[in-house]
Design a protein around this ligand. Structure first.
Ligand code: NAD
Ligand code: MG
Length: 384
């Protein structure tokens, strides 16, 4: 394999730092061309000193001067700031693969820019496909890059589909851990705290996706992500709760045969698969043992308690800008929950009300998503 040159968007986050661990473990395979972060300039600086990229981008312009001065003695690294720079660096000729490990709607424009430049996208930022899946997959077909899933469930499905290109999918089954509140009823959830919601049983992730996992919105977003990644009808996607997070997801073919991908819950595996694709690179990550997990269990999701999951299915069926509304409302609700301004169950109320109130568009274009996102954020803020 030739050395692949990477742009890591959101390098300082959970996925970004694990991607850099993968790069460290694979000397000669990857080169870091671009690193970006929103506000953690100190960590971005340390990463820039270690990996010596051609460019770093800091989202918050107030951090630019600090970074610029700190990297004055490293002339090969250009220092940039702001959202426009983020959309520019991904298009550079020295970038082969763009890892979108930034969080939320902010991923949309840089991902669109990278696709238009023909880059391969290692997609962690699921919100981009939720908001604009039809537009994104259309652009990918037009410009010839590839969408390589990083989300563990979608990586599992992607791995199960290798060699099956001519075989129709009957359905896919996304597994869900159920989060820290699995088995609790609405009365018990009424009083849960931010600290309890931030304790995920199996995965150590950024705050937003950890709350989404506790509320099952993460699985709802992943259902919509799967629809676009694998070109599925709404009826072909099922969710099953699997608390051990060992079976990462399954594909059922038209002969009824099921393929699954298994492994320990460690995001470095799907990150490495996306960055190295189509090769499987050797590593010394801990191996799964059935004897350490003698019992793997499966159960139906509790959609009466965790309403975000049926709300996401409903938004997917409605189509148009409904998933964009769902996503924006959820981003506002999660941020408010993290500031302790809305209750755990109140988050789904905000999402449901926004889906009722925000103007519906059946065939949104790129500019319409910005308008829908902004309108939803206004409506959600009023509701709070
Ligand atoms: P995180 O909060 O740990 O990190 C987010 C990164 O994005 C940081 O580097 C931050 O500086 C940057 N960022 C934040 N807001 C930004 C903005 N407005 N503009 C530009 N950059 C911004 O998040 P994470 O857990 O690493 O998740 C990143 C993405 O990957 C999310 O879309 C998430 O759903 C997805 N994902 C994460 C995991 C996981 O295990 N963490 C698993 C599957 C999918
Ligand atoms: Mg996932």
């Amino acid at each position: 394999m030739k050395t692949k040159s990477l742009a890591l968007l959101g390098a300082t986050g959970s996925i970004g730092t694990q991607a850099l661990e993968v790069v460290r473990q694979q000397p000669g395979r990857f080169r870091v061309a671009v690193l970006t972060a929103q506000r953690n300039a100190a960590l971005l600086l340390a990463q820039a000193r270690e990996f010596r990229p051609a460019a770093v981008v800091i989202g918050e312009e107030s951090q630019y001067q600090f970074l610029k001065e700190a990297l004055a003695n490293q002339p090969e690294t250009q220092v940039l700031a702001g959202a426009a720079a983020l959309a520019e660096v991904v298009t550079r000729p020295d970038v082969d693969v763009v890892l979108t490990a930034l969080v939320g709607y902010a991923g949309l424009l840089p991902t669109v820019a990278a696709i238009r430049a023909g880059k391969d996208i290692a997609l962690a930022n699921k919100e981009t496909l939720v908001v604009a899946g039809e537009l994104i997959t259309g652009l990918v077909r037009q410009h010839g890059g590839r969408l390589l899933p990083v989300d563990s469930e979608h990586s599992a499905i992607f791995q199960c589909l290798v060699g099956e290109e001519a075989n129709p999918i009957e359905k896919i089954i996304l597994t869900a851990s159920g989060g820290p509140f699995r088995g609790r009823d609405r009365a018990a959830l009424a009083t849960v705290t931010k600290a309890q919601a931030l304790k995920h049983p199996n995965w150590d992730m950024g705050a937003k996706i950890t709350i989404d996992s506790a509320s099952l919105m993460n699985k709802g977003l992943e259902v919509i992500e799967a629809k676009w990644l694998f070109n599925l009808t709404n009826e072909q996607i099922e969710v099953v709760v699997h608390p051990q997070s060992i079976v990462h997801s399954l594909v059922q073919f038209q002969d009824g045969s099921l393929k699954a991908q298994l492994g320990l819950p460690d995001m470095k595996l799907p990150i490495q698969y996306a960055l190295g694709f189509p090769e499987r690179l050797g590593n010394d990550f801990p191996r799964f043992s059935f004897l350490a997990y003698p019992t793997l269990t499966f159960e139906a999701p509790d959609t009466a308690t965790f309403r975000n999951l049926p709300l996401a299915f409903a938004a997917m069926r409605r189509g148009g800008n409904a998933p964009c509304i769902l996503n924006a409302a959820n981003e506002v609700a999660v941020a408010a929950f993290l500031r302790e301004q809305v209750s755990f169950l109140g988050m789904a109320d905000v999402v449901e009300s926004c889906l009722d109130r925000v103007s519906y568009l059946a065939e949104p274009q790129l500019a319409d998503y910005a308008a829908t996102d902004a309108e939803t954020r206004r409506v959600a803020a009023e509701l709070l």
